[in-house]
Write a protein that binds this ligand. Structure first.
Ligand code: SF4
Length: 708
């Protein structure tokens, strides 16, 4: 019961973590903030333990409430905002004067709201005038994004509502583990199986999701592409193709037909370890029903051939006539909270708002018009996230970087090398609400508001634009990211040669407001006419609380929950097949490094763990890193349960207790990537990149394992 005199206040909002964006009500009851689940089409009233405990960080003792400046003795010490922002502005000016505008970089995050992602892109290109901006979403779904764009002409993670999963008769999940990463999504799959549907999961581990599957295919990591080609080979030989669909709605099938003809199922069984009978059962389950869905996630995508792997599954979906058919299709399960919106509004090195290409003259002219700048003054494309980080502090790379909403010291592949690059910078600025591992390296740390303290919009894994609502003001001493960008733009005023600064006499730099809604209105104008068109997504419309699906060009017109029913947004309206071929992992196993290493997540932690590692209940549930290996492998190496082991690759090593599991392949070891220090999985991972998306090969490298 609420004590007499205690006031309560509610905010209907969404979880701060993953892309399912579960709906919740935040209730301020006296000094406490409670989380209550809320009915919504995505989470169906459910939350996972991360969502339930999300409010604990609001008043966390480790929360930053004052800027920190690195002193001459090398220590981070509290400072006032003026001193901190002076240091940032002077540092930027100094670096830009000595090395040019591209010597200053911006690194964003897939958890930032749409408004922040947009503001960050504009800040980089207008206030700083640099081409160097990218974000950690590059490591999330960029391979699926590139493959979707190539095939369909547009990248929207799920081109249909997540509820369609519950109605599909067959769901094939490749490298996805929502039972741990976004548990409420499993409610749709429970419903799917209650209706008699089949769930087929492809994963090298018997994950919590695979345990619920009717069929679990357990391939060698890195062989998903060959499997997809074999599945299409079987569909061809068994006459399961939707020939009318292929003829009328697609192009390029003949080359794919020739390519997959060489993917004999028996050979793919030898390569992947997946029995031919299981491959056949999978194709028949997909082809023999009216409604079938194929989804991929990081397991298929985080490879140096990630784009082609996703393409292979899109080829399969197209050959079976799934995309655009009611209740059917291909989709990607985006991971980060605003992984979708974060890639639409200009945080990506090669994109302008509205999912426009930065090298497209028409797109440049449109966005420059909204920004009030000369199109020729806009920088060109930068480089993808890993290449950007790997160039920091080098002779030709940026010498200063501003980081918003990211913790690359833990989340970057080959993390020791990236950590050293960050140390080489003349100026590292980190905006965060805790002292993340990246903040620990910074020259300036700026304390920022949390999700419950500011309004905004997010775009979830379905392309549904949602309202995030503030429950309360940020604590004293804390500013919003938008406030920081506006203040810095003002202090840097006049530095960018092209910007007209229409109202430069005012105390605030016009063009950099602090109110999220003002940014949102500008974002709508900037996105108008682009592939991700938000022009009709009015603030009032999303206030209605079930959100609005983009594209939505007209405020009075319909939104787009399901895409491709009437064609694809390609020049000829057809989807594009593309022949792709299997190639081995960038780093094959060998005598010195004889095991495959793969990474992933656990239920109680999120991404680099900077937030969830500080939540008591989550820390208790998942207190530290571990190395999962098969008991036969453990026997061979003389390793016992709980014993510390070292996993060593050519790039580094991690040390964590062994966790024995008969459900992992004996040739593969696994570690979650949420922890820093000795257990940091990304000390080991490979920085080989996909040539199209820039996605690193997080999911497979060669290692040896030994008792520590
Ligand atoms: Fe939050 Fe994702 Fe858990 Fe939902 S599934 S409560 S969005 S972390």
């Amino acid at each position: 019961a609420t004590p007499a005199g205690t006031t309560t206040r509610d905010a209907a909002t969404h979880c701060p973590y993953c892309a399912l964006q579960c709906a919740m009500t935040l209730r301020q009851r006296g000094q406490r903030v409670e989380v209550l689940p809320r009915q919504f089409p995505t989470n169906l009233g459910g939350l996972c333990q991360k969502g339930w405990t999300a409010a604990e960080l609001l008043d966390h003792p480790e929360r930053l409430t004052t800027p920190l400046l690195r002193d001459t003795d090398g220590q981070l010490r509290p400072a006032d905002w003026d001193a901190a922002l002076d240091r940032v502005a002077e540092g930027i000016r100094d670096v830009a004067d000595r090395h040019g505008r591209d010597a200053v970089a911006v690194f964003g995050g897939g958890g930032l709201t749409n408004e922040k992602a947009y503001a960050l892109g504009k800040f980089a290109r207008v206030a700083l005038g640099t081409r160097h901006i990218d974000y950690n979403g590059r490591w999330c779904m960029s391979s699926a994004a590139a493959a979707g764009l190539r095939a369909f002409g547009v990248d929207r993670g799920l081109p249909f509502p997540v509820a369609d999963l519950g109605r599909a008769q067959t769901v094939l999940m490749v490298g996805a583990n929502p039972a741990e990463t976004m548990p409420p999504l499993m409610r749709h799959l429970t419903e799917q199986r209650r209706r008699g549907g089949r769930l087929i999961v492809v994963d090298p581990r018997l994950t919590a999701t695979a345990r619920q599957a009717d069929l679990h295919l357990q391939p060698l990591p890195g062989t998903d592409l060959a499997m997809a080609n074999a599945l299409l080979h079987i569909a061809l030989t068994e006459g399961l193709l939707d020939r009318a669909y292929v003829a009328e709605r697609t192009t390029g099938f003949d080359e794919v037909r020739r390519t997959v003809a060489g993917y004999w199922p028996a050979e793919v069984e030898r390569l992947s370890g997946v029995p031919v009978a299981d491959l056949e059962a999978t194709v028949r389950a997909l082809a023999g029903v009216d409604r079938a869905v194929i989804v991929t996630a990081r397991g298929a995508e985080q490879h140096a051939k990630g784009v082609d792997t996703v393409t292979a599954y899109i080829n399969l979906a197209l050959a079976l006539g799934l995309p655009g058919r009611p209740g059917s299709g291909y989709g990607c399960l985006t991971g980060q909270g605003n992984g979708q919106g974060g890639r639409e509004h200009g945080q990506k090195a090669d994109q302008l708002p509205g999912y426009r290409r930065i090298d497209d003259p028409v797109a440049r002219a449109h966005v420059a018009g909204v920004w009030g700048v000369d199109p020729d003054s806009l920088p060109g494309p930068g480089v993808p996230a890993y290449q950007l980080l790997d160039s920091l502090g080098t002779a030709t790379g940026p010498k200063a970087m501003l980081v918003f909403g990211s913790n690359p010291v833990v989340s970057a592949p080959r993390a020791a090398r990236i950590t050293s690059r960050l140390r080489d910078l003349d100026l590292l600025v980190v905006a965060d609400f805790v002292r993340s591992e990246t903040a620990e390296l910074a020259d300036v740390v700026l304390p920022v508001a949390q999700w419950a303290e500011e309004d905004g919009t997010m775009t979830n894994l379905e392309g549904r634009v949602l309202r995030r609502r503030a429950l309360r003001e940020p604590p004293p001493g804390v500013r919003t990211d938008l406030d920081i960008l506006a203040t810095l733009a003002t202090r840097l005023q006049g530095r960018a040669p092209s910007y007209r600064f229409p109202d430069s006499r005012g105390p605030r730099q016009t063009g950099f407001p602090t109110e999220p809604r003002e940014w949102f209105e500008e974002l709508r104008r900037a996105s108008a006419g682009g592939p991700a068109d938000y022009a009709g997504v009015s603030w009032e419309r999303i206030e209605a609380d079930t959100g609005v699906f983009w594209p939505c060009p007209d405020p009075d017109g319909p939104d787009s929950p399901r895409l491709f029913a009437d064609g694809f947004p390609t020049p000829d309206g057809r989807a594009r097949f593309r022949a792709v071929t299997h190639r081995p992992a960038a780093e094959p196993v060998c005598a010195e490094y004889p095991l495959h290493f793969t990474t992933g997540r656990v239920l109680a932690q999120y991404q680099s763990g900077a937030q969830t590692r500080r939540v008591e209940a989550l820390r208790r549930a998942a207190p530290g890193g571990f190395v999962e290996l098969h008991p036969d492998l453990a026997d061979r190496l003389g390793v016992t349960e709980g014993q510390p082991v070292r996993v060593v690759s050519r790039r580094g090593e991690l040390c964590a207790p062994a966790r024995l599991s008969p459900t992992i392949r004996p040739d593969t070891v696994f570690a979650p990537f949420h922890w820093p220090g000795a257990a940091r999985a990304n000390s080991v991972t490979n920085d080989a990149l996909d040539p199209v998306s820039g996605m690193p090969e997080f999911k497979i490298c060669a290692v040896r394992l030994e008792p520590a």
